[in-house]
Every structure is written in structure tokens, then in C-alpha cells.
Design a protein around this ligand. Sequence first.
Ligand code: MEV
Length: 310
Amino acid sequence: TQHFIGKAHGKIILIGEHAVVYGEPAIALPFKAAPVEVSIEKDTGPVSVSSDYYTGPLEDAPGKLENIKVLLFEIGKELGQTINNLFIKITSHIPPERGMGSSAAVSTALIRALFQYFNVQLNEEQLLAYIDISEKIVHGNPSGIDARVTSSDAPIFYKKNQFFEPFPINISGYLIVADTGKKGQTSHAVADVATLFNDDYEKTTKLIQNIGERAIRAKLAIIHNDLAALGTLLSQTHELLKELTVSDESLDHLVDTALKAGALGAKLTGGGRGGCMIALAQSERYAMVIKNKLIEQGAINTWVHALEGE
Ligand code: MEV
């Protein structure tokens, strides 16, 4: 049987999380070390799916797969097809609930696979519109960054509700991503930053602006191939995020571990309070040393992601 394959990948926030909620810029990176593949083949009978989460007929799937049902319906309508007789296999290497864009990546890969199956050209704008339909079901009010980064090969510099600007990587280095093993608590952390704003407006504004400035400088460091400067900016930003109260012991411990093991910089990534951290290394050899130390010190999962020009 013929397989129709759609691919996508996860996302990591390099710098700017939390400040981005208050209008500062941030940078998100395509996270190719965490790929997703959706394969579609012809089958008989109603649509069925296979995934880590659920395997069986799509119509009996739990609410969590509602976005997939809606996508199939919308795409079927647009293409004038009744979507039936399909077997959809979802293989995701993105850890769920880590703010790594797993839902947007699965949608991207599924949409790409479906358009291939029906042999219809899919443009960027259509793709983003479909991912958006799915993300609204999963997340309610998505910022749109996951949709863009999980379908893009370039880093994206963005401001919430303002712009998404892909830019080239002129740097070569390695990012180590490590999972603390604790589910991130993004919504709590976001709410606590809002409280901090009420309690001390001036101090909190300053912290947020300092993070935003570092996001701008990080973009320049990436464009001008200044790995050391990028490392320093990442570590400084972790300190600022600590002051915003969104880090925790498990993240701080892994950040310290990475720096002691030779990282050029390290910080939490995403919502904080658990979830993941990132560290920057100048070579693959250093990246491996740092990765092993992180595992030794409690990371439950690690990935090494090459930063390189396209
Ligand atoms: C979470 O991955 C990133 C935050 O900045 C929240 C958001 O941008 O919606 C903490």
C-alpha cells in the first residue's frame, strides 16, 4: 500500500518567554530533534487512527482528538471529499505538555499528509489557517507561534499579535534541551507574573523590559555569529526569569549543572515551574558532556539540537 507522509517538528522558546505576554519580542526555534510524522494509507471502513495516546476508530476517540476530527471534516469540505477509508498513523517524538508545540506539530503533519493523499497543493496560508482551527480547539487562545514554528525551518522573532519574522541562523553551535520530568505549570507561572505586576509595577516592568532587550540582542548574536554573547544573554535571562518567580529548584539545578559542565549559557525554556531547560554548547563534544551531566543530575530526557545555517 502507498503511504502518504506529512512531517513537522516541535518548538522551543530560545528567549523571551513571559516577557512576550507583555508585548516584548521573543525568539522561537524549530526543534528538529523532536520530529512528528503522520502517515496515511487507504483502508476500508471508517477512519481509524493509531497514536501513543489512542488507537482505534476515530469516531470513538476521546475528546482529546477532537481537533483531528474537526480538521478532517473541514479539509474534506474544502476539497469536496468525504473523508473515509483512511488509516492515520501518528508518530510523535515531542513530549506532551512541555510547551513544545506537540499539538500544532501533529496538526501540521496531518494536514500535509492529507493534502498529499488527495494530491492537492497546499500553500503556507492554508496550512496556517488549518493549524489555527485545530489550535483553537486544543488551546482556546493560541498565540500563533506554535503553528508557525512547527511548520518552519527558520527561527522566528515575534511579538504577540504583531509580527512573526523568520530570520536566518548564521551561527553554529548546539543546544541541549533537558526535561526536569515535572510537568510545566505555565498558567500558574503566567498568573503569578501578573500578580507581581500588581504588587510592584516598576520593578516588574524593568524585569520584563530587560528580558525583551536580551531577546533583541540574541537575534543579533545569531545573525552575527557570536555564540559567546548568545550564551551570556541566555544565562542573564535565566536570572531575570528567576526574579520573575517562574523558575524552580529543578530548573535552577539543571541550569547550574550545565554551566558547571562547560555550557556557554543556560536557562529555562517555556512556561517554567518544571518543564524543560536549554543549554548552549560550542561543539558536539561539549554538548555530549553537558547532556550526560544533566542526565546524571536528574533530567529524565535530553535532546541535542544542532544550530546551523540553512
Ligand atoms: C510558554 O511556553 C510561553 C509563555 O511566554 C506564555 C505565552 O507566551 O503564552 C510563558
